[in-house]
Design a protein around this ligand. Structure first.
Ligand code: CP3
Length: 344
């Protein structure tokens, strides 16, 4: 069995008491660091960086070395799953991800394959192997995937959107099509996450970034059942974190999944969330915009957050990914405040 020098995150995820609160940041491996931008420059573009295991491993380790977080998260993207299913994406500078082809019909779904991670996502697994070696047990490694509904949004719409109304239209107009695609994504995601665990991921997080655009009923119909399948498939291996951005209305349901941790965004109140999700570890939920404030205010806000969540069954994080124009010293202030407050 692997012995970790710092296993605070895993113990907190399992509900054990820890000497202090573990802390990491969603999207920590990325554009906030000049060191990341230098490696990305060297790679040429985002996709080259993500598909070159040595470089992906290098930027995965940067926040551990440079920011002092209690976990690494593998550098990749949620959109590698549709790519592995046969729907390639491009990453456009400033605009974000774009799929030149989208999924429109049941025939299109049949054209797609269930991803075989050993074949179609080998570069991620290779990156994980390098990271594990380089970490040498310093901190745990987090694996991840998008939730099926969030991936569905991109595959149907082809690009980011404020409303994802084309994808949501499919849910109303063609539930059969929608369920067929969601199931194929789910099967691919389960295989992918199991493969990440097999090569050393110590915990996996499911990002349902677009959960908040659904009604509670739609969420129960089109997102939750697929996340449930993923949680059930992984339950006997590593802790699973479910982060459903904006889905304040689904906290009770999510709290009943076979997962260890529930991620919260900054719209969700700590005490209310504890009440709705009494048996899980909670993760979150500082507004990333707090990191634009001055140091004193950051300390005040982080301390408030720690008081409201308490130090047990809690993993400190932001309520969503860190914004790219955040000063790394402000990020360090956030991390150091969590560490010093909660070890008192
Ligand atoms: O540090 C980490 O958290 C690991 C890396 C990571 C990336 N993407 C790298 C990335 C993770 C966990 C993701 C997840 C992801 N990707 C999500 C879910 C989390 C969330 O933010 O809600 C989503 C919705 C995506 C899709 C995506 N990828 C978008 C919308 C964009 C463009 C806008 C943006 O946020 O950057 C990306 C590009 C992307 N993924 C970048 C990085 C570092 C920026 C590309 C670059 O470096 O130029």
């Amino acid at each position: 069995m692997e012995i970790l020098q710092n296993d605070l995150l895993l113990r907190a995820a399992r509900g054990e008491r820890t000497e202090r609160v573990p802390v990491w940041m969603m999207r920590q491996a990325g554009r906030i660091l000049a060191e990341y931008r230098a490696v990305r420059e060297k790679a040429g573009n985002f996709i080259k960086l993500a598909t070159t295991p040595e470089l992906a491993a290098e930027v995965t380790l940067q926040p551990v070395d440079l920011l002092g977080v209690d976990a690494a998260i593998i550098f990749s993207d949620i959109l590698v799953v549709p790519e592995a299913m046969g729907l390639p994406y491009e990453m456009e500078e400033k605009r974000g991800p774009v799929f030149p082809q989208v999924v429109k019909t049941v025939a299109d779904i049949e054209q797609l394959r269930v991803a075989d991670p050993e074949e179609h996502l080998k570069y991620v697994l290779d990156a994980i192997k390098i990271v594990k070696q380089e970490l040498n047990g310093r901190v745990p490694l987090i694996g991840f995937a998008g939730a099926p509904f969030t991936i569905f949004c991109y595959m149907v719409e082809g690009k980011g959107s404020k409303t994802f109304s084309v994808a949501k239209k499919a849910l109303y107009a063609d539930p059969q099509f929608s369920h067929a695609l969601l199931q194929k994504i789910t099967d691919s995601t389960i295989a992918y996450l199991k493969a990440q665990v097999a090569v050393g991921a110590n915990l996996v997080q499911i990002f349902d970034s677009w959960a908040g655009i659904l009604s509670p009923e739609q969420y129960r119909t089109f997102s939750l059942p697929y996340i449930k399948q993923i949680c059930d498939a992984l339950a006997d291996s590593v802790p699973v974190t479910v982060f459903a951005k904006g889905a304040f209305f689904a906290r009770q349901d999510i709290g009943q999944l076979n997962c260890s941790v529930v991620g919260l965004d900054w719209n969700m109140d700590a005490a209310e969330s504890r009440q709705l999700i009494p048996t899980k570890t909670l993760q979150g939920n500082l507004d990333p915009c707090v990191l634009y404030a001055d140091y004193a205010q950051i300390r005040t806000e982080v301390t408030k957050m720690l008081r409201s969540f308490g130090t047990h069954r809690y993993i400190a994080n932001l309520g969503h990914g860190v914004y790219p124009d955040t000063d790394p010293d402000k990020v360090r202030c956030f991390i150091d405040t969590v560490k010093s407050y909660s070890s008192k």
